[in-house]
Ligand binder design. Structure first.
Ligand code: NAD
Length: 245
C-alpha cells in the first residue's frame, strides 16, 4: 500500500531536479501525478513511470493554469516547485531580473493557489507544499539576495494560506532545502570562472561534507503530502544536512 494511494497531485517544474524526484516519489506512493513543466523534451522522460501523466504548464502564464484547473475535478496535493536562482548581489540585479524572479518564484504560486485552493475547499481537504529555501528569511546567503527575497515571500505566502484555511481542511507547508545536487546547480557551478573552486566553496559550507540529493527532499515531500502529516501546517521544513543549525 502506498502512502498517497488514491490522491491526485500536481507537481510543477517536474522535468528535472527536485520536482522530478518528487513526481516520481508521489507516483511510487500511489498518487495519480500530473507532472508539469515547460521543457517537454526532458519531461517526456517521465512517461510510463508509475502514476505519472505529463503536461505542459508554464507557471507564469495565468491562462495555462486556468486551463489545467478547468480539466481537473479534484486535487489533493499541489506541489509548487518552479523557481529560478538569480546569482549576484542586489547591485547585479536589474529590474527585469527582479521582476522575472518574483514572477517565477512567487507570483506563480499565487496564481496556482488561487486556481486550485477552491477545489480543495469544496471537499474540505487538501495539501499545498511550496518550494522555499534556507536562503530566504532563514539565512542570508552570498549572491542570493533577490532569490532569498523571493523565497522569504514563499514562506510568508505559505503561512498566510495555512492561517486562512486551516478551518477548511487545508494544510499548507513549505520545504527549505540547503544545497541540492540538481542539473541547475551543476549549471550554476559550471558558469563560474573556476567551476572546481565553485564546487569546493559549496561543499565547504556543508557540515555534512556533501550536497543533498533530490530524493532526500522528495522523502520529506511525500511525508508532508501524506495523511501521516495531518497535524503539520503552516511550517517551513528545512532539509539541509545540518547547514543551518
Ligand atoms: P532545476 O532548476 O534543475 O529545474 C527547474 C525546472 O523548472 C526545469 O525543469 C525547468 O524547465 C522548469 N521551469 C523553468 N521555468 C518554468 C516555468 N515558467 N514553468 C514551469 N516550469 C519551469 O530544479 P531544482 O534545482 O531542483 O530546483 C527546483 C526548486 O527547488 C526551485 O524552486 C529552487 O529554487 C528550489 N531549491 C533548489 C535548491 C538546490 O540546491 N537545487 C535549493 C533550495 C531550493
Amino acid at each position: 500500500m502506498g502512502r498517497l494511494d488514491g490522491k491526485v497531485a500536481i507537481v510543477t517544474a517536474a522535468a528535472q531536479g527536485i520536482g522530478r524526484a518528487v513526481a516520481e516519489a508521489f507516483g511510487r506512493e500511489g498518487a495519480r501525478v500530473i507532472a508539469t513543466d515547460i521543457n517537454m523534451d526532458i519531461l517526456s522522460e517521465l512517461k510510463g513511470k508509475p502514476g505519472i501523466e505529463i503536461r505542459k504548464l508554464d507557471v507564469t502564464k495565468k491562462e495555462e493554469i486556468e486551463a489545467l484547473a478547468a480539466e481537473i475535478d479534484r486535487l489533493d496535493i499541489l506541489f509548487n516547485c518552479a523557481g529560478y536562482v538569480h546569482h549576484g548581489t542586489i547591485l547585479d540585479a536589474d529590474e527585469k531580473m527582479w521582476d522575472f524572479s518574483f514572477d517565477l518564484n512567487i507570483k506563480s504560486m499565487y496564481l496556482t493557489c488561487r486556481q486550485f485552493l477552491p477545489k480543495m475547499i469544496a471537499v474540505k481537504s487538501g495539501c499545498i507544499i511550496n518550494m522555499a529555501s534556507v536562503a530566504s528569511s532563514i539565512k542570508g546567503a552570498p549572491n542570493r539576495c533577490v532569490y532569498g527575497a523571493t523565497k522569504a515571500a514563499v514562506i510568508g505566502l505559505t503561512k498566510g494560506i495555512a492561517a486562512d484555511f486551516v478551518g477548511q481542511g487545508i494544510r499548507c507547508n513549505c520545504i527549505c532545502p540547503g544545497t541540492v545536487d540538481t542539473p541547475s546547480l551543476r549549471a550554476r557551478i559550471n558558469a563560474q570562472p573556476d567551476p572546481e573552486q565553485a564546487l569546493k566553496t559549496f561543499l565547504a559550507r556543508q557540515p555534512s561534507g556533501r550536497l543533498g540529493k533530490a530524493e532526500e527532499v522528495a522523502n520529506l515531500a511525500v511525508f508532508l503530502a501524506s495523511d501521516e502529516a495531518s497535524f503539520c501546517n503552516g511550517s517551513e521544513y528545512k532539509v539541509d544536512g545540518g547547514w543551518i543549525n
